[in-house]
Design a protein around this ligand. Structure first.
Ligand code: ACO
Length: 326
């Protein structure tokens, strides 16, 4: 088995910033409530006409430049998203076209906020097996398009953005050391976009009932998240023959600062060991982990030899963790 590492990383968020003060004008909420309950202060929102594949392609281009890898070398593009440009073609195919990555196969992966780590694990397998040499994994979302801006229980939470990594062979002992993926479909109703699929196709009724937006049982998702983040991280660490004491940084999905704090507590980690940027971007779903990781790398916070645990949870329900030695 080959060792698989992240050869380059890039991210992109749309220019437009929506602050909590802006949200105060839309629904009955307050900056204080949002900051205290979620840790979010502002989020970036895609411009009209700007779709998920546009954000994904910019993040991917930055990752390719960071890795020093040409688009033509990429053999697989995997886009993790719950907000594709359209049903089909896959967003990954649209990105392939934008990048002119003519030698790449392309497909999307649906695991909502766990999607990036699911994608990282999936992409790694092709390299470990020797099937492909360079794989592009992207987490990209425009949750603003499925956000009900009249629903105060969800509209303050989400933001748009994209993050991408180029995977390739690395030195033995580095890169992806351990993984853990999981799902509990019985919890699917807790977090969903009810209509627009084959069960409830779009109709005047589904539109009037606002069923094309995110519906979430926030309390239940919160309880699930607090429990699963630590568990998933521990399972991936066990898979790598490591323990929480070995972690340099926990890189959690940025859903809620209190969920990140609870996960850190369960793993016995101080918050200095947890990468957090939710205040600036909100929950960007599949994009949140590569965005926070990109920032930490570019600022020099993460260094060679560091052991990172990437861990996400989301709709499905799904969860995913990976131990990566930098
Ligand atoms: N502003 C003011 N009040 C609000 C707001 C708001 N934006 N949202 C909810 N409230 C009110 C509620 O109506 C409720 O009022 P009530 O008691 O009169 O009914 C009160 O605040 C408390 O509501 P709770 O839902 O109990 O608040 P909680 O502290 O649980 O915070 C939150 C809600 C932030 C949604 C939290 O439950 C959470 O973060 N859950 C996890 C969500 C999550 O991570 N989802 C993403 C998963 S990833 C993916 O796959 C997309």
């Amino acid at each position: 088995k080959k060792s698989v590492g992240i050869l380059g990383i890039g991210s992109y968020v749309p220019a437009k910033v929506v602050t909590n003060k802006d949200i105060e004008k839309m629904v009955d909420t307050s900056d204080e409530w949002i900051v205290e309950r979620t840790g979010i202060r502002e989020r970036h929102i895609a411009a009209a006409g700007e779709a998920t594949s546009d954000l994904a392609a910019i993040a991917a281009q930055r990752a390719l430049e960071d890795a020093g890898v040409g688009a033509g070398e990429i053999e697989l593009i995997l886009v993790a998203t719950a907000t594709p440009d359209m049903y089909f073609p896959a967003t990954a195919c649209l990105v392939q076209s934008s990048l002119k990555a003519v030698n790449a196969a392309a497909f999307d992966l649906s695991a909502v906020c766990s999607g990036f780590v699911y994608g990282l694990v999936t992409g790694s397998q092709f390299i470990m097996a020797g099937t492909y040499r360079k794989v592009l994994v992207i987490g990209a979302e425009t949750f603003s398009r499925i956000t009900d801006w009249t629903d105060r229980s969800t509209c303050a939470i989400f933001g748009d953005g994209a993050g991408a990594v180029v995977l390739g062979e690395t030195s033995p002992g580095c890169g992806v050391l351990g993984i853990h993926l999981g799902a509990d479909g019985a919890g699917g109703d807790l977090l969903k976009v009810p209509a627009g699929g084959s069960r409830q196709p779009a109709s005047a009724e589904t539109i009037s009932q606002r069923l094309h937006f995110v519906h979430m049982n926030g309390n239940e998702v919160y309880k699930f998240a607090v429990k699963i983040m630590g568990e998933a991280a521990n399972r991936a660490l066990e898979n790598a023959n490591l323990s929480p004491a070995d972690i340099t940084y926990l890189v959690p999905h940025q859903a809620n600062i209190r969920i990140c704090q609870a996960a850190a507590k369960r793993l016995g980690l101080p918050m200095e060991k947890v990468l957090v940027n939710i205040d600036k971007y909100g929950n960007t779903s599949a994009a949140s982990i590569p965005i926070v990781l990109d920032e930490a790398l570019k600022s020099g916070r993460v260094k060679n030899g560091d052991i990172l645990v990437l861990v996400g949870f989301g709709g499905g329900l799904t969860w995913a963790a990976s131990v990566v030695k930098w």
